[in-house]
Design a protein around this ligand. Structure first.
Ligand SMILES: Nc1ncnc2c1ncn2[C@@H]1O[C@H](COP(=O)(O)OP(=O)(O)OP(=O)(O)O)[C@@H](O)[C@H]1O
Length: 609
């Protein structure tokens, strides 16, 4: 499906939006706490202790200098001086130790947090509807939520550092205010322009990166097309390398140009603001020196105040620039939170009915219509028929006639846009959805080729039976995949596909037999095979259907096939055209009718003559 371009605003993100994004931080803390409460607490305690260190070090430094000056001037015992030096040494060692512990705890916590959120994303994604995945706006959101796993870990340690610096500042400010409150004004003058600049450029960065999401996805796709085992064959045969590389170059160059323009502007303004910051610092420094020279402050006081001012200004600068990235991270967090706020529309009723076992009447389509999200045309319309218990129904029709969509509706991968589907006279929506799917064995034409072992590939049909070797072997026998298992060096434990080292690639027909075995893993009441034999050779197809007929005796089945040799085996055939039912009947009835079915059947038969 062609994805529409996401309508992302490329305008600036205002300061207000930035502030309001901070409301996401409690949610971040909640998630961090959930991923590991004890490490979160430890990190917090370590940071609080660490935040007292700068002011303590400066203060002890002041006492040392004043003591040295005093001893120089009037002599006396040096004991107190050396005690102070020992304290400063202890503080310096403790600061270093705390830094290392904070880094360690943060990185361990970050890893756990990242795993925890990745698992939450997968869990939530598993609850969502198929059509939500097919919606490009949703897809972009999912992509950003996924990409931001690392970003969120960084955000976490930034927020923690912010808290730590804030407390450090509180300590330092107390000292500075006690000396002269005007120094605070100088501090603000030095810092605020830099903050506004940072804030502006960060919002530009965010808007740019957001607007680039669809292109970034295309770049990833091109990277995959250009260098992957799955695509190599077609890329070679069609000589697509230059085409793909050309498109990649064009897109990546555009990315580079947009990003570099912004980076250059940012760097220019950054230099300007840092000069302003230096002016503010030296003005304050001069003021303190003047006070020292005129005897209002001791030399120890000079080092303490100058040190405090320098540290405060760098802390404040750090905090303010970190604020912009924290708020930016918080805005990104929106995507994450919004992703979790998406609720599936296809759900189980509040008081679901148990799935009937056995099914008495069957599935009845009552004027069912379905239109895909963003599609102009209806994929199915005015469907009225009953799939009776024990009946084998074949769906035939040209490409795009709506056959696969019809079975997706049966499995409630989508709900009808109009009309309803009844099971034993009751709306399908009233039944437990998990039970419904448990009672259906479906193999789609685009089934997955899991890069796993043969036995796992079969077991996915009923994953709760993954350790039931007997059942897996039986399913393989029924789908003719057992001969394949014998042939493979690792038999049922043979790794399939080429992605991993010991993997062996299968032929299309062999894969299909493996996929078919999945349908036999469950004792399903309804079997749906969507073009199950397209890749099988004539003998295999004949055998598969012989067995299928035996194995599904008394069960309902829906077969989608373009091969009339397959379709004719069904009790009844539904001929679909542009989503609606054109003809219904058995093979003989439809031939006698001499309509579309007869026409297509004769066309195919002619091909064999
Ligand atoms: N995920 C989708 N989003 C939008 N439109 C879709 C989607 N899947 C199918 N369609 C459209 O719905 C119509 C019916 O598709 P469907 O896959 O049901 O046809 P089909 O009869 O199974 O075709 P085929 O024989 O080619 O497998 C087609 O026009 C197709 O373009």
């Amino acid at each position: 499906m062609a994805r529409t371009r996401n309508t992302i605003p490329t305008t600036d993100i205002t300061f207000k939006q930035r502030l309001s994004a901070l409301k996401n931080l409690p949610e971040l803390f909640r998630l961090v706490w959930q991923s590991n409460p004890s490490k979160t607490l430890l990190s917090f305690l370590l940071r609080i202790t660490r935040s007292a260190m700068p002011v303590l070090l400066l203060y002890v430094g002041k006492l040392i200098i004043d003591q040295v000056v005093e001893l120089n001037r009037s002599g006396g015992s040096q004991q107190h001086l050396w005690e102070l030096v020992a304290i400063e040494f202890g503080l310096a060692v403790a600061t270093d130790g705390l830094n290392r512990m904070i880094n360690l705890v943060d990185s361990l916590l970050g890893d756990q947090f990242s795993n925890y959120t990745s698992i939450r994303i997968m869990r939530h994604a598993a609850t969502l509807d198929l059509d939500q995945f097919e919606d490009s706006v949703f897809y972009d959101k999912l992509e950003r939520a996924r990409q931001q796993t690392v970003g969120r870990t960084v955000l976490l340690s930034q927020v923690m550092s912010q808290v730590q610096d804030l407390i450090s500042m509180g300590f330092l400010l107390t000292g500075l205010i006690a000396f002269n409150p005007w120094l605070i004004v100088l501090l603000l003058v030095a810092i605020i322009p830099a903050f506004l600049g940072e804030s502006y450029f960060n919002s530009q960065n965010y808007a740019l990166s957001r607007s680039q999401t669809p292109e970034r996805r295309e770049l990833d796709y091109l990277r995959y097309l250009g260098a992957s085992d799955e695509t190599a064959k077609e890329v070679k045969i069609f000589g697509l390398a230059d085409f793909i590389i050309g498109r990649f170059k064009k897109l990546s160059q555009k990315f580079y140009t947009d990003n570099s323009k912004l980076a250059v502007r940012r760097s220019g303004w950054g230099t300007f603001f840092s000069v302003i910051g230096s002016i503010g610092y030296y003005a304050a420094y001069g003021f303190i020196i003047y006070n020292t020279v005129t005897g209002k402050t001791s030399i120890g006081g000079l080092t303490f105040l100058a040190g405090s001012f320098r540290q405060l200004s760098s802390l404040m600068e750090n905090m303010l620039s970190r604020f912009t990235s924290v708020s930016q991270g918080a805005i990104y967090l929106n995507d994450f939170i919004e992703f979790f706020a998406i609720r599936p529309k296809i759900t189980t009723a509040a008081k679901p009915l148990p799935f009937p076992n056995p099914i008495k009447e069957g599935f009845t389509f009552e004027n069912v219509g379905f239109q895909y999200h963003n599609a102009q045309l209806w994929a199915n319309r005015h469907l009225n028929f009953t799939l009776h218990t024990g009946e084998k129904l074949a769906l035939v029709g040209e490409n795009g006639a709506g056959k696969t969509t019809l079975v997706k509706l049966l499995a409630r991968l989508y709900d009808p846009t109009e009309g309803r589907i009844l099971l034993d006279g009751i709306d399908l929506k009233e039944y437990n959805i998990e039970e419904l799917r448990l009672n259906m064995g479906i193999i789609f034409q685009d089934y997955l080729r899991y890069q796993m072992t043969l036995s796992q590939n079969i077991a996915v049909g009923n994953i709760t039976e993954i350790d039931n070797t007997e059942l897996i072997h039986k399913a393989a026998q029924e789908s003719l995949a057992d001969a394949l298992a014998e042939k493979l060096p690792g038999h049922y434990e043979q790794w399939l596909g080429r992605r991993f080292n010991e993997g062996i690639e299968l032929s299309g027909g062999e894969w299909q037999k493996v996929a078919l075995a999945r349908a036999y893993m469950k004792d399903a009441q309804l079997l749906i095979l969507d073009e199950p034999t397209a890749a099988l050779d004539a003998r295999a197809e004949y055998e598969v259907f012989q067995r299928f007929a035996e194995l599904t005796k008394g069960k309902s089945a829906v077969l989608i096939s373009h091969r009339f040799s397959t379709a004719r085996l069904a009790d009844r055939i539904l001929v679909l055209d542009k989503g609606t039912i054109l003809e219904v009947g058995s093979h003989t009835e439809l031939l006698a009718k001499n309509g579309r079915y007869a026409e297509l059947f004769k066309l195919q038969a002619m091909g064999y003559q």
